[in-house]
Every structure is written in structure tokens, then in C-alpha cells.
Design a protein around this ligand. Sequence first.
Ligand code: ADP
Length: 273
Amino acid sequence: MDKGPQSEPAAADLPPQRSGAPGIHFEKVVKRFGDNVVLRELDFTVEPGERVTLIGPSGSGKTTILRLLMTLEKADGGVIRVGDRPLSHMEKNGKLVPANEKHLHEMRKQIGMVFQQFNLFPNMNVMRNLTEGPIRVLGLSKEEARERATRLLDMVGLGDKAEEHPTRLSGGQQQRVAIARALAMEPKVLLLDEVTSALDPELVVGVQDLLRDIARQSDLTILCVTHEMHFAKDISDRVLMFDQGQIVEEGPPDQIFGEPSEQRTRDFLQAVL
Ligand code: ADP
């Protein structure tokens, strides 16, 4: 396994700025797992192009928020919108009904997600991990998809790994492939779920720096869950402190980390910093 130093991508190699990223809106969203009420009428908004980080105790529901956006889970109440499009609507009998499949498909195409455990396709080499979605879902030709993949692999510093099998890469390299794979779909919203928690400590900073550069140089709407507070500070316009199903406090990183106003935030930060 190659765990050597990973090169920083040059800023000039990053994708060009695009406009028109949608915002994210949660309105009175309720999510339960059996008796466990994970989200309690949760309200929050991420503005178009804004970079927001969710922090808070483990098990408080942060990943569930991202999974709801990816439609990997269904809400039990309230409305979630990406741009002006709801993921579901309430019928007269109070039942929450998912939007139609075509609509959900269009919406999912706008959202890229990077997971803690990389979730690369294990039976495909790196190149196919990046080209499969663009060919099958976006309808790109094989050549177009390969061209896009090559550009993105160069960007994440893995131009020489296209034919490699993911299991032969280090964790940091696999996560770079996962980031490139998400970007290959040209999403407008990027969800980051504890993207460095499964990495060896020496690989963490390289992946965080890459994401920070992507965040700063694109106009993606980003919703990030992390327990790495310096990364949260680095990547975010705004930080939401989340606990027991609701937002406890929110503000710019300097305020949340420098002078939090809520005791729960102070206790949490003291425990993790
Ligand atoms: P966080 O990301 O803040 O650590 P999660 O969103 O992963 O929290 O989990 C929130 C709560 O929901 C936890 O109590 C967890 O056990 C529960 N939970 C998450 N997913 C499921 C599931 N598929 N089935 C049952 N309980 C779940």
C-alpha cells in the first residue's frame, strides 16, 4: 500500500466556478427510528453556495440529516427542500408522501456525497469508479466520461492511479478517489459525512486541504458533518451546533469556537477540543 505523502492539488487545476447552486431547507422536520426521536421539528437553511458545518455529540442525528437529503432515509414529518423542490409533501390525511421518482432522480443528480468509509465500488478500478455514474446517469459518452475523470484524478493528485484497484490504495487515496467520483457527477450540493474519521492521522490533513480548496474555489452548496473542529473552522461560512434533534446555536466559526453563547456548545467544545 502506498501511504507516501500526497501532493497538494494546484489551485489552477480546480474546476471552474459554476453558478446556480440550490440552497437546502429543513422545515419542522421530524425523524424517528422506532421510539427514538432523532429530529424534533428541525428547522434550518443552507443558503445557495453557502458552506455549513454541523457539529454536535455523536448519535445526535447529524448523519441522519445528510441521509435524508440523499433520500436514503424518509422523514416522518415536515418538509425538506433542495432549491425550491420538496423531497416530499404532506397529504390531507397528514401522511408524508415522497415526491415522484423522476423528480427525486433529478434532485439526487444535483447532490454529491462523500462518506466516512469511502464507499467506492469494490469491483471496479479507479477510472471506472469515476466514469460509471456520468455514463449511466448523466448519459456522457465513454470518452467524455474518461476525459472528465482524468482531469479530476489529476486534480486530487492521483493522475497515475486510474487503472489501480481501490483496495490497493491508502485510505487517504481512496477518499480522494471518492471526492473525485462525487465531483465527476458535477453536483451543485456536496454533502461531507465525517470524511476523515476513517483515515490514518497522517493522511487527514491532505484530504482536508483538498476539500478546503474545493470549497473555496467552487460555488457548491456544502453541508459538512465533522468532529474535526479545525476543519469545521477552515471550511465553513457558518457552524450549526446540533444536539438532541435541534439546533442549539449557530454562527460564524469564529463566534462558535471563540465565544459560544450556549452552555451545551461550551461543554461539547470542551470535550472535543
Ligand atoms: P450522528 O451522525 O450525530 O452521530 P446519527 O444520525 O448517525 O447521529 O444517529 C442518530 C440516532 O439515530 C442514533 O441514536 C442512532 O442510533 C439512530 N439511528 C441512525 N440510523 C438508524 C437506523 N437505520 N435504524 C435505527 N436507528 C438509527
